[in-house]
Design a protein around this ligand. Structure first.
Ligand code: GLU
Length: 455
């Protein structure tokens, strides 16, 4: 990059902002990582449009509007009292009410929820819909809990959360460990507390009570719609590509399903215990059966397809030769070594289905080697986009068909790709879709913040 006086000046200012974030919360490493990557990538915009700095937008945008932490007490099946910590980070409401998922996983802490809320703010802006950014969850581990324990936990969690949310205030949804069952229990408790049927307060609801068709499929399908645009633009055929997908949760399953529908061959997927590899292709219906119905482990795939390779090392999946790699499990699952391995094996494109799954060092490897790279906040925005379509249907008190929602989702993903691309073309020094996504979304949020004054 050409170094100019302006550039140095802007860089120094961004360093100052970053240092202040670290100083405020020195232990929040994932949040620091998200902020650092973001600030770095919007440098080309700030050089051209320094008024964002002059108006103090950067200082404001890295600080959540509100962070709520609370005790969640519940009684387990043995009659023992259990205590977890609940979170909701209301990050930014410049363009709409806070919107973002809830994650129930033992690794959840303030750093994780803040990084997710920060990313969500810009992801939501990219969808072109009027939704701000938020995220929440708890360090509760749903693994091995009975259905009644899950229900009691969800009710207790919602008893506090209900004070802070509403269809025009903050609309949570699912994320890791939170699916239709948990949303159902939380919706029931919210309704009981409010004494009103406010369907639009949560998204990812069941079909019987206000859920949208295609919401379950949306993040995975959206990832493939985005990938398809990116590949088309670079004359790479998806239908002749070999694909690997980490994870086997909601995002992975529907990314695999759509990739296969496009004619690609998916040869590997994983869970937190290990990965499966079959060069003839993975049978998605069997994965669905194991993960969605039996709630089993990916290793169970070998019961039906014993010739499949299983290795007890989930990051080993990145050593499987492929044209396209889709990290769809969790943050920082793809590191520098794995990226180098993928490049060595001839990977052509990477699209992130999970939130921040590639480490900064891995991203550097991809960019240096000119690998096409779809960043999470653009690639996986389909989930929240259909959540917003669910809110729209709830407000209108009607329900669209699967095809109607899917068509809208495709349109949204195409537009996200176009917007990221045009920011790359338009701006001096912006050379990749990470910069494109961050510049396009930052502009939208920042302009709304400026319009609303210092609040
Ligand atoms: N948790 C999802 C995400 O990371 C979806 C959020 C939502 O639907 O509000 O975008």
């Amino acid at each position: 990059m050409q170094t100019t006086l302006v550039n140095n000046h802007v860089s120094a200012y961004l360093d100052e902002i970053y240092d202040s974030v670290v100083k405020r919360d020195p232990n929040e490493v994932e949040f620091h990582q998200a902020v650092a990557a973001f600030l770095q990538s919007i440098l080309p915009l700030l050089e051209k449009e320094p008024h964002y700095i002059e108006k103090g937008i950067l200082k404001q945008i890295v600080e959540p509007e509100r962070v709520i932490t609370f005790r969640v007490t519940w009684v387990d099946d043995n009659g023992e009292t259990q205590v977890n910590r609940g979170y909701r980070v209301q990050f930014n409401s410049a363009i709409g009410p806070f919107k973002g998922g809830l994650r129930f996983h033992p690794t959840v802490n303030q750093s994780i929820v803040k990084f997710l809320g920060f990313e969500q703010t810009f992801k939501n802006a990219l969808t072109g819909q009027p939704i701000g950014g938020g995220k929440g969850g708890s360090d509760f581990d749903p693994k091995g809990k009975s259905d009644m324990e899950i229900m009691r936990f969800c009710q207790s969690y919602m008893t506090e959360l209900a004070k802070h949310i509403g269809p025009d205030v903050d609309i949570p949804a699912g994320d890791i460990g939170v699916g239709a069952r948990e949303i159902g229990y939380m919706f029931g408790q919210y309704k009981r507390i409010r004494g009103a049927y406010e369907a639009g307060v949560l998204t990812g609801k069941g079909q019987e009570y206000g859920g949208s068709l295609a919401r379950k499929e949306a993040t995975g399908y959206g990832t493939i719609y985005f990938l398809n645009e990116m590949l088309k633009d670079n004359k790479i055929p998806l239908n002749r590509s070999t694909v690997i997908v980490s994870g086997s949760g909601n995002v992975s399953i529907y990314a695999m399903e759509k990739a296969i529908e496009f004619g690609a061959k998916v040869v590997a997927c994983s869970d937190s215990s290990g990965y499966i590899y079959n060069e003839k292709g993975i049978d998605i219906e069997t994965v669905k059966q194991i993960k969605e119905i039996e709630k089993g482990r990916i290793q169970d795939y070998l019961k039906k397809y014993p010739e499949t390779t299983y290795k007890e090392d989930c990051s080993g999946i990145w050593s499987v030769p492929c044209d396209v790699a889709l990290p769809c499990a969790t943050q920082n699952e793809l590191d520098e070594e794995s990226a180098k391995q993928l490049v060595k094996n001839g990977v052509k494109a990477v699209a992130e289905g999970a939130n921040m799954p590639s480490t900064p060092e891995a991203i550097e490897v991809f960019l240096k080697n000119n690998i096409l790279f779809g960043p999470a906040k653009a690639t996986n925005a389909g989930g929240v986009a259909v959540s917003q379509l669910e809110m729209a249907q709830n407000s209108m008190r009607l329900k669209w068909s699967f095809e109607e929602v899917d068509e809208k989702l495709q349109e949204i993903m195409k537009n996200i790709y176009k917007n990221c691309r045009s920011s790359v073309d338009e701006f001096y020094n912006a050379t990749n879709l990470i910069q494109g996504a961050n510049i396009a979304s930052f502009k939208k949020v920042a302009d709304a913040m400026i319009a609303q004054g210092v609040i």
